[in-house]
Design a protein around this ligand. Sequence first.
Ligand code: PEP
Length: 250
Amino acid sequence: MSRKKLIAANWKMYKTPDETKRFFADFLPLVSAHDRDEMVVCPPFVDLHVALECVRGERIGIGAQNLYWKSEGAFTGEVSSAMLVALGCTHVIIGHSERRQYFGETDDTVNLKLKAALEHGLTPIVCVGEVLEEREAGLTEDVLRRQCVRAFHALSARKAEALVIAYEPVWAIGTGKTATPKIASEAHILIRGEAAKAFGEQFASQLRILYGGSVKPENSSALMAEPEIDGALVGGASLDPKSFAAIVKY
Ligand code: PEP
């Protein structure tokens, strides 16, 4: 069955509210006639409000880069899924490798965040992927299996309906090294297999699995041509309106 591709921008910790306004002023005219795929931009928390105003009436969703799994409480510095929904966000990135690497996120916190996002009606983009040492040691399959099994724990196909996965080999993030379409496809097939075990074949056949890791205008067409690749999660190249527009229009 055909899956609508999703092209998502992860701005990481870049851009102020003014820079966000400038980005959309340049970006929107470049993609105004483009409705082939779904588009989402995930800026830092402080830019969400401005970003939502900029895309009002446009076919672009706005997502956060993280959330906390409790709805509210004494959790200084955290932001809940309920808050993101109240603001108008539709998507959220969960378990990005930079959060796993620098901020202590684990497969278990990814599971808690995923459940919270789904309960509040957000579309979660759950990131999985192996580091270079794991790939070189032949552990890619084990790592991806473990990340999927733990992320999907105690979820049903009905609850997980909105789930999106991003396969992001950590060695390809921000390094300029891109996984070949073949490497990405192999990982996507494995992830889809894990989704089938957890949620059934029907669910797995509809699950969107994005590729992320140094996606650029020059390599986006080849990656997006792979039947197993259902879109892209784009970091560095999404910060420039022209380059992100070129990727969206691969
Ligand atoms: C990312 O931040 O999710 C990412 C894939 O980054 P980059 O495109 O810069 O490799």
